[in-house]
Design a protein around this ligand. Sequence first.
Ligand SMILES: *[C@@H]1O[C@H](CO)[C@@H](O)[C@H](O)[C@H]1NC(C)=O
Ligand SMILES: *[C@@H]1O[C@H](CO)[C@@H](O)[C@H](O)[C@H]1NC(C)=O
Ligand SMILES: *[C@@H]1O[C@H](CO)[C@@H](O)[C@H](O)[C@H]1NC(C)=O
Ligand SMILES: *[C@@H]1O[C@H](CO)[C@@H](O)[C@H](O)[C@H]1NC(C)=O
Ligand SMILES: *[C@@H]1O[C@H](CO)[C@@H](O)[C@H](O)[C@H]1NC(C)=O
Length: 780
Amino acid sequence: MAHQTNPSKGPKIIFHLPFISFMLLFLVGPTHAQVHNLQTYIIHLHPQFLTTSGFSSRLQWHLSFLERTILSNNGTPPSSRLLYSYHSAIEGFAARLSEHELAVLRATPGVIAILPDHRLQLQTTYSYKFLGLDSSGDSPWARSKFGQGMIIGVLDTGIWPESPSFNDHNMPPVPNRWRGICQEGQSFNASACNRKLIGARFYHKDHRKSPSSPSITEYLSPRDAHGHGTHTSSIAAGNSVIGASVVGNGAGEARGMAPGAHIAIYKVCWFGSCFNSDILAGMDDGIRDGVDVLSLSLGGFPLPLYYDSIAISSFRATERGILVVCAAGNNGPIPYSVANEAPWITTVGASTVDRRFPAIVRMGNGQILYGESMYPRTHLSNDGKELDLIYGGIDGMDGAEFCYNGTLLKNRIGGKMVVCDRGPTGRAVKGEIVKESGGAAMILANTEINEEEDSVDVHVLPATLISYAESIRLKLYINSTIRPTARIEFEGTVIGKSRAPAVALFSSRGPSLTNPSIIKPDLIAPGVNIIAAWPENLGPTSLPEDSRRVNFTVLSGTSMACPHVSGIAALLRSAHPSWSPAAIKSAIMTTADDADHLGNPIMDGSKPAGIFAMGAGHVNPRRAMDPGLIYDIKPDEYIIHLCNLGYTTQEIFAITHRNVNCYRLLSKNVDFSLNYPSISVIFKRGTVRKMIRRWLTNVGPPNSTYLLQGNAPQWVKMRVRPERLTFSHLYERKDYRVWFISRKRIAEKKVSFSQGLLTWVHNHQSQYKVRSPISVTWAV
Ligand SMILES: *[C@@H]1O[C@H](CO)[C@@H](O)[C@H](O)[C@H]1NC(C)=O
Ligand SMILES: *[C@@H]1O[C@H](CO)[C@@H](O)[C@H](O)[C@H]1NC(C)=O
Ligand SMILES: *[C@@H]1O[C@H](CO)[C@@H](O)[C@H](O)[C@H]1NC(C)=O
Ligand SMILES: *[C@@H]1O[C@H](CO)[C@@H](O)[C@H](O)[C@H]1NC(C)=O
Ligand SMILES: *[C@@H]1O[C@H](CO)[C@@H](O)[C@H](O)[C@H]1NC(C)=O
């Protein structure tokens, strides 16, 4: 999802206690009121009942539930209430039901769970709010032909097939195993697909009655009216485009992470949101069509796994060897905000890149404020001109400090440079309002909540964004003089001068609300100011008033971070076809960087980033290709893990479709700990000792010895046995155990944390470093 700033999400907000959050989730659930009080529900069925039911097809079986349940339907057959019949992502269907019918269905044998459909966020549908830049062009990775033959399935707002990023120059033929289709629809012919874009489908069953946005045309087809899906697809696997730029900024060669991979788009988001029933239908088809990687730049709240459609359907995908990569969410820096937390999902947070667009403010007193903007240089005559400066809030009109529409007076701001505080409305839209109100230029001032937010925009008038600290200096200057003036100096694109990567302020943070025994997010990837493909029917700010046309624009969000990792996963899979999804994820995590490009710790604001901000660290594709050792996980092992979490048989069944006897499983696996590439240890009151076990598989040089390098977390004694692992052939497995002994007296009634590292280093070839972050939690 792309980053949408909302002042209510500032760090001052007290985060919800887990219990309260779950309550909220239920309240938030069914948002989609229908005529006759019908609501959409997703009905999970027990697959065993199909074999005993005597129905010849799943569809017939699914319909039989509706025929039994729906007694009156205004003369139309009950089948008209069926939205989707699912076969692969889950066993079951989606249908519109009344409360009474719901109660009847609940009591019907074969029904194992009924979940209300809910809406997930895809926040950049209003993408004018966030703009940015792309790191893909300068990656040696992107210049390689890796990723060939791979198919990345993207669940999003659709695609703009004519974008030069989706040309199929140099692309190999469509793989024989591909079973997808190019679904025709409004302004979308089957001929829109080619050897790059090999599949396109759309799912709108639950969107017929969605509130429509008057300013945006929606296409009843895979065509993208919003830009988000075009942007994310091109980040994952866009083809090379020479001379790509956003109105002159960031000019260079644009390429996706896996330029040789094919793309299949599943349009599940409409008018800025995505319903679970549509997402499930997209996952259902994607699994059958034969994708290798599924990329979901969307999400909602943290949910218990058995209520989370993305978690459930991605378990099925994982069983079939498909790696599922999801955005962590944009609700940072609030703790416990990370979404898409299932251990089989790769959950990606966002980081900054070292490309900047300086647009400094030179104040009338000669002093300089640092700002950034992608407003194109030499566009208007006001560019760089010294102008009278006015603070929107100076008049005291309600909302004028935030430059809300209708609050700025033409006679006060006409021809001037207007200072607007950041606040809840979109950044680019403020520029449009200042322009409509007669202002000549704008300085956007971050507030205390936004601090140093640095997502830039392709503003419709000369404008720049300054930090909170700079905004105080600016306002002091305005107060200090009778006639304040300023000019904005646009310096274009500067690469490599700033410290990066750093964790993006908005990137959702762990620990995981529903499963603290797994560290989430898993890692971070570029998500601030990312340049990628853009539909030609939208301006670069996607404001309806913006009549400029571009093939690329800039966006920020974990939405942009996710497809970077999806593309890299496709590269790994193409290089190592036999690796499981867990092996690929392990390779990406254990090789991630924990230092920035100057060798200093990756920062999170003014302090070094912790594990709950960056997970294993910042993705490093070159090292991920050759990790030396991997932590592999078989699908069955996730089930033991769910047993360990205390899930009931029914809950585990809802996720995995398997009947498990946890009691037996756990007694056979007393030492079990999920072979996850990162390590989370929780000391409940009264426990002082924990043991975990991990298995490493050799995928590096056959004869190898690895030595332990451990950094014990504070207040913990850590003992690892053995401290040396010797492998003599490829794919050999070795295990080790770690004992954690708490030295902390839990006196205070407060959760506390500490963190450490456990690294296996090859004794001769130091490029092989297999690093796992460790998080220790003292629960109350
Ligand atoms: C789709 O095909 C029809 C008939 O060939 C053509 O008139 C139309 O322009 C095509 N539409 C697009 C979006 O390519
Ligand atoms: C501001 O309000 C005016 C009058 O209602 C409207 O015409 C205009 O489109 C609005 N501008 C923006 C950017 O929303
Ligand atoms: C500027 O002056 C206004 C009005 O006197 C005051 O409210 C505001 O706090 C001052 N701003 C700064 C940064 O001193
Ligand atoms: C976008 O790309 C298309 C196809 O390469 C090209 O015809 C068009 O002129 C480009 N548009 C802009 C605004 O650069
Ligand atoms: C690994 O070491 C063993 C025993 O030292 C030796 O027999 C074998 O040939 C070595 N394998 C490789 C690939 O070097």
